[in-house]
Design a protein around this ligand. Structure first.
Ligand SMILES: *Cc1c(COP(=O)(O)O)cnc(C)c1O
Length: 436
């Protein structure tokens, strides 16, 4: 099955080409050309997430360099951590996506992409590849997940670009503590600047002549497509338990996670409503309300991994649901400001003993704001995108207790850190990449 660009439908690529390129040559984003009709009963028989993910992705690998056997090995290697679906109330669940090495959902996509590209490198060159430089812009969690997934993998260099001073101290530590084949660039600018720099670098003829470049942002199809598998897994499990399709509330920034859920629904999985929970960066909620899309500069909030003023995957969502009316039917969105995030974190702890990260708290708040009639039509799933201990500066004071780091993060926090300062202009990034 082919993939095509969101811009020019004549720009096509196989799955493995789309993974290797990141951005399509016309500046668009790759999307699957069509959606296979899945045998849901067969999908539901998968014993675990790796098996289900391999079956879900198999139609995309048919006839591709990345064959169905490789896919099974890749999903087994990438998804080697638990995916708990924790009941909170009779028809309400928490989908904990934060049990991977960097304690955020981005481990799923980053680990899949790394395992896939490593195999593709071997297929293409019989083991003697020239190194592939992976560029990644991060508002906090992406950089760590990508760095962890590619750290010390032969044949790969990683350049992480993060906005200086705009990620949490804990996140900054994590981003800058890898070393080896991972370089961290502290960009004097916003996340949007970092994202723009990556896009410019990927299209820069001078750089492309000297380096093999790819992107590991959620613009890379290899990050998004495997994420659809956990929506498939959760929705099938809930349909078994409740004999009804599940609805999801998704903390959203660049809309990668949301897009994966919409794709799973388009592929026929039993998914009912999709609610996007945004922070004060409200381009999408405002668009749904007014019909005018007005991208803006991103605003710093407590849920910093969602500080996106112009979500890059909106292009993919629009390709899936081209008209405003269709989009309004497909999803709803709400905006949660910092005060509401704080009170939600406090209330969940005080009333239920639950500890949510600021992003997951936006989902809990968005759910609480739904009309009672909608909430009553479960099952509902709050998508938990990060472990609360990734944000101790915010969460600990609100609940007046210390948070314990998951072991993988604790190990990382013992390493020394290093970053390189960068102005938000392509010339600086180009020079830095060519210097090494
Ligand atoms: C990246 C991230 C988000 C936003 O996800 P998108 O796919 O960009 O919409 C939400 N929560 C956390 C913890 C994240 O790291």
């Amino acid at each position: 099955m082919e993939c095509r660009s969101t811009r020019d439908p004549a720009v096509e690529a196989s799955l493995s080409e789309a993974l290797a390129q990141g951005l399509a040559p016309d500046g668009g984003l790759y999307v699957p050309e069509e959606w296979p009709a899945f045998d849901l009963a067969a999908l539901a028989r998968a014993r675990d997430l790796p098996e289900l993910a391999a079956r879900f992705l198999a139609p995309f690998a048919a006839g591709d360099a990345l064959g169905v056997t490789e896919l099974a090995a890749i999903t087994r290697e990438a998804f080697d951590f638990p995916l708990p679906l924790v009941p909170l109330a009779p028809e309400l669940y928490l989908l904990e996506l934060f049990h991977g090495p960097t304690a955020a959902f981005k481990d799923f996509g980053a680990r899949f992409l790394a395992a896939a590209l490593a195999r593709l490198g071997r297929i293409a060159t019989n083991g003697a590849a020239r190194p592939l430089t992976i560029l990644v812009a991060t508002s906090g969690d992406t950089g760590g997940a990508v760095a962890a997934a590619f750290h010390r993998r032969p044949g790969f260099e990683v350049a992480i670009l993060f906005p200086q001073g705009l990620v949490s101290p804990t996140q900054a530590r994590q981003l800058t503590s890898f070393g080896d084949n991972v370089r961290a660039f502290a960009v004097r600018g916003s996340f949007d600047d970092c994202q723009r720099l990556v896009k410019e670098a990927l299209r820069d003829p001078e750089l492309r002549a000297e380096r093999d470049l790819s992107s590991a942002n959620s613009i890379n199809l290899g990050r998004l497509l495997p994420q659809a598998a956990y929506y498939a897994w959760a929705s099938l499990a809930l349909e078994r338990a409740h004999a009804a399709p599940a609805s999801f509330v998704i903390p959203s920034g660049n809309l990668g996670n949301a897009c994966a859920c919409l794709w799973a629904r388009r592929a026929g999985l039993p998914i009912e409503r999709v609610v996007l929970a945004h922070n004060a960066n409200r381009a999408i909620p405002d668009y749904l309300a007014s019909g005018r899309y007005e991208p803006r500069a991103s605003r710093p909030t407590l849920a910093s991994a969602m500080d996106v003023g112009d979500p890059s995957n909106f292009e993919r969502v629009r390709t899936l649901h081209p008209t405003l009316a269709e989009l309004r039917g497909a999803l709803s969105a709400c905006s949660v400001d910092d005060d509401a995030i704080r009170s939600r974190i406090r209330a969940e702890f005080a009333e239920h003993g639950r500890i949510f990260c600021p992003h997951t708290a936006t989902a809990a708040e968005a759910f609480a704001r739904l009309p009672a009639a909608a909430r009553a039509r479960g099952p509902w799933v709050l998508v938990a995108t990060a472990h609360p201990a990734k944000f101790p500066e915010i969460v600990a004071p609100l609940i007046s207790r210390e948070l314990e780091l998951p072991p993988s993060l604790a190990r990382l926090s013992e390493r020394s850190t290093r970053s390189e300062a960068l102005a938000p202009a392509l010339s600086g990034l180009r020079a830095a990449l060519l210097a090494r």
